[in-house]
Design a protein around this ligand. Structure first.
Ligand code: GDP
Ligand code: IMO
Ligand code: MG
Length: 409
């Protein structure tokens, strides 16, 4: 069985937590996009793990993880992360595999990434991890794949500076490299969790271009990343926050405005710890945007949703979410491609009473306050997609399952 998990907003939805939670039911977790721009957090057994390249299934003992084909891998960052996992007591040897078709990020790409973004009239606010450069090189057919480092005939054609850097990682990588398509074919009846990075609104095609990342963070990327066809995907789960956040620049129609929502920004940033895992930058915050979320559900065949951060709203008197955009002459409830329209759009909001009580120890849906259930049920109705998992805190124990994505029961 192949279950795809994607971020349904602009990243940082809590994918790491949900993937870790579901990895108990998976034999393999395969990351299919992005690189060290991602920062996936797992909190379990009083330990916090911050992963950038290694799939979030790694913390579950005995499970295999794969860095898939759609990824761009910085070997230096990768081995530093494995070292960090060793320091945290995670035994990863023999459990980490890497696609021979994944691309490589070189140190020079990081510098170039930062320089290019600074030169833009309107910078994107990249993470500076060389991601855009690696994907550009790939598209230009000038990139290096993992297989190219291992094959002497190809390796010898690489300029000496790059070879000097790459040589250090040839041997340790050689033990991990697999043909992902063959691996998926031979896995038999195993259960595979296909872990996305970033969010679908940061996807190069579906997202708020050009304020996006450069990989395929949509569900479609899972197929390329795992060497499978679309019909081999059994289900797509979208992870979203009870509100919205975004790091970096670009349109954000429901962003809180400092004049109107100043205290709300401070509250959410503080209670939700809304600072980037990779760069430490404060995240921009806003209302839950159902217009954008419905667009992402439809364009990714999302049949099941996991909502995170509901607890962050615990203390509020009332809660709002966006049901349409006011774009001047008329309201719209479809997500526009135009950044001019998105920048002009004002959220049309619906108000819900707050529940004013802590959700952090709630373990079943029925035990949630009625106000919280009303908020969730409105979202389900609007989107036409069930919210099967609800997260009420960062710890893996703080998770309410209404329907198990593996068994649908
Ligand atoms: P990812 O990139 O989608 O994996 O998300 P990040 O790890 O970048 O950011 C999510 C942050 O929220 C992390 O610090 C998580 O530990 C934390 N988190 C995840 N789920 C919840 C939740 O339900 N409530 C709260 N308060 N924090 C959460
Ligand atoms: P996870 O997997 C949030 C954003 C950057 C920037 C834009 C382009 O943790 O959800 P890049 O370095 O990729 O060229 O930056 O995309 N971005 C993310 N925002 N979460 C992420 O990953 C992100 N990865 C990239 O902030 O705006
Ligand atoms: Mg993150």
């Amino acid at each position: 069985m192949n279950l795809v998990i994607i971020g349904a907003q602009w990243g940082d939805e809590g994918k790491g937590k949900i993937v870790d939670f579901l990895s108990d039911g998976a034999d393999v977790t395969l990351r299919f996009s992005g690189g060290a721009n991602a920062g996936h957090t797992i909190v379990r057994d009083q330990q916090t793990y911050k992963l950038h390249l290694v799939p979030s299934g790694i913390v579950s003992p005995d499970k295999t993880v794969v860095l898939g084909t759609g990824m761009v891998i910085d070997p230096e960052a990768f081995f530093a992360e494995l070292h960090q996992l060793t320091n945290q007591g995670v035994l990863w040897e023999g459990r980490v595999l890497v696609s021979d078709r994944a691309h490589v990020v070189l140190p020079a790409y990081r510098k170039l990434d930062v320089e290019l973004d600074q030169q833009r009239t309107e910078p994107i606010g990249t993470t500076g991890r060389g991601i855009g450069i690696a994907y550009s090189k790939k598209a230009m057919r000038d990139g290096y794949r993992i297989i190219d480092i291992l094959e002497p005939e190809v390796f010898d054609t690489i300029p000496e500076d790059d070879r000097e850097f790459l040589r250090r990682y040839r041997e340790p990588l050689a033990d991990m490299v697999i043909d992902v398509q063959r691996f998926m074919e031979l896995k038999g009846n195993k259960t595979v969790l296909l872990e996305g990075a970033q969010g679908a609104l940061l996807d190069l095609d579906l997202g708020t271009y050009p304020y996006v990342s450069s990989g395929c963070s949509a569900a479609a990327g899972a197929c390329l990343g795992a060497g499978i066809g679309p019909r081999a995907v059994d289900r797509v789960i979208g992870v979203f926050k009870a509100y919205s956040t975004r790091v970096g620049n670009g349109p954000f129609p429901t962003e809180f405005s400092p004049d109107r929502d100043g205290r709300l920004i401070e509250h959410i940033r503080k209670v939700g710890h809304e600072y980037g895992v990779t760069t430490g930058r404060p995240r921009r915050c806003g209302y839950l945007d159902l217009v954008a979320l419905r667009y992402i559900c439809r364009s990714n065949s999302i049949e099941s949703l996991a909502m995170t951060h509901l607890d962050v709203y615990d203390e509020l008197d009332d809660i709002r979410l966006c049901v349409a955009y006011d774009v001047g002459q008329a309201g719209v409830d479809t997500f526009p491609a135009s950044r001019t329209v998105l920048n002009r759009a004002k959220p049309v909001t619906k108000r819900f009473p707050g529940w004013k009580t802590s959700l952090s120890h709630v373990t079943s849906y029925d035990a949630l306050p009625q106000q919280a259930r009303e908020y969730i049920e409105f979202i389900e109705q609007y989107l036409g997609v069930p919210v099967d998992i609800i997260s009420v805190g960062a710890d893996r124990e703080q998770t309410i399952v209404r329907r198990d994505p593996w068994t649908q029961s």
